[in-house]
Design a protein around this ligand. Sequence first.
Ligand code: HEM
Length: 267
Amino acid sequence: MSDARRDAAVTYGSYLRVDELLRLQEPRSPGPEHDEMLFIVIHQVYELWFKQLLHELDRVTQLLAARDTHRTQHTLKRILTILKVMVAQLDILETMTPLEFLSFRARLEAASGFQSDQFRQLEFALGAKSDRAIARFAEGTRARVALEKRYREPTLWDAFLHYLAREGYAIPSAALTRDVTTAAEPSTDVQQVLVTVYRTDAKNAELCERLVDLDEGVQEWRYRHVKMVERTIGTRTGTGGSSGAEYLKSTVGRPLFPDLWEIRAHL
Ligand code: HEM
């Protein structure tokens, strides 16, 4: 921070960097097309929510390591509340008709939410790891460095299993020492522990339920995003080069924490 900035009295504008913030929306369409502003603002807002979610998920990991159940619950509740707002925000973009979107879509060229490194970071933190996702970002860029770091870090599920082990549960050592750069495989041994938690330990069963909420919330976002895509571009391919809605549909319904879903039939 420059000396001049440090010395000036703090104001709403200086603290929040409002001048810089308001310069960051640059429509590419001539005119510009009215709806392009909404499209830019909503994506920028999402990126800020992604940032906040990552911040809160890091906090949850620390709290689990400290066996602070109460504040873990509290932080998970905040994460879920943000997620609900993120899902609800899709309503705003759905007020944009297909023709309004087509009026500037070509200006996006190959740009797509597909290239959101923060979304991939979230997927990694929640357990959906993929080295192919990393390769899409140029080496040395902020996005690539951040993504590589998340890739090497344990996931939220890993943090939770370590927490349960510290709470005295017999989590299989294979689950505690697994390669965290891969997706965690469902484990019947872990599921047995989870059934015991649900039957005998209300405090930790509550934590499990918040993780199910989180899993369901992410799937809800994916579902709503596909529906928005279908109503806006139908079966057109995506600007990011995928088959579009067809590809997105294949990502819906894949659970983040499969063990927590599997045990429902055994409770
Ligand atoms: C009119 C609005 C939108 C349309 C038509 C649209 C379309 C698409 C399409 C077709 C894809 C597949 C990848 C591709 O080939 O491009 C995609 C992916 C994605 N979009 Fe959107 N999108 C819209 C709004 C949004 C918004 C507001 C966000 C919020 C950040 C977003 C985030 C993402 C993300 C994160 C992916 C990657 C999903 C994954 O790989 O699982 N999209 N989008």
